[in-house]
Ligand binder design. Sequence first.
Ligand SMILES: [Zn+2]
Length: 248
Amino acid sequence: MPTAGIDRPRPNQGNVLCLSTRTNPVMTKRADPTTIGREEVVPMAETIIDYQDTAVEVHRVVVGPVENNVYIVRCRETGDSLLIDAANEHDLLLELCRDLHVGQVVETHGHWDHIQAVEAVRNAGIDVAVTQADAAMLPSYDQILEDESTVSVGRLRVATIATPGHTPGSMCFAVEGTPLLFSGDTLFPGGPGNTAPEDADFGTIITSIEGRLFAAFAPNTLVLPGHGVSTTIGAESPHLDEWVERGW
Ligand SMILES: [Zn+2]
């Protein structure tokens, strides 16, 4: 049963980082580590649970000066997890990696605010993967993510979707068999991510959003962005023409 707090889209927030967060969070409780079992992991650090069903749970923490969302996707059958964006506050992220058995990190893109904890997690022995086009933005990395490939997380399969525009190597991630789509800074409630920087391109991000996201995912797909609150494909897709018209 989904427990996501899906906020209404906010049409005026499209071109900026969406910074209002923490609506209707379900906070996990601190627990005696001796009571932590494989079947019912309660992390020592508090996380927001954005979604859970019988197969998967999605933990989120908000870190750093521009409030980046860091997501941890956990297979409930095996307890293995994937962390999306080693953004910042590495001590917190390393604690979560340990408690939630994170074996792999994937990066949605290479912007500075999404990569501040990359070295710390690599030093802890966790592989970091990023697209070739954004790899040079990272201090270091372990693997290159290809488009239309799959990352295994326990029994879960996470599909990679190249969505250039915000950066040349921006990528979204979808957990197969679930309504979960992690959109990085490509799609927010109210519009695409910022395409003002030199290596960004508005036409390219629109093509990515239209072709790879709106055309490919069901309206009830939960879109979990790199900053701010979640939305759905169905809430955003009717507004594509307005975004093209306004040019951001
Ligand atoms: Zn960015």
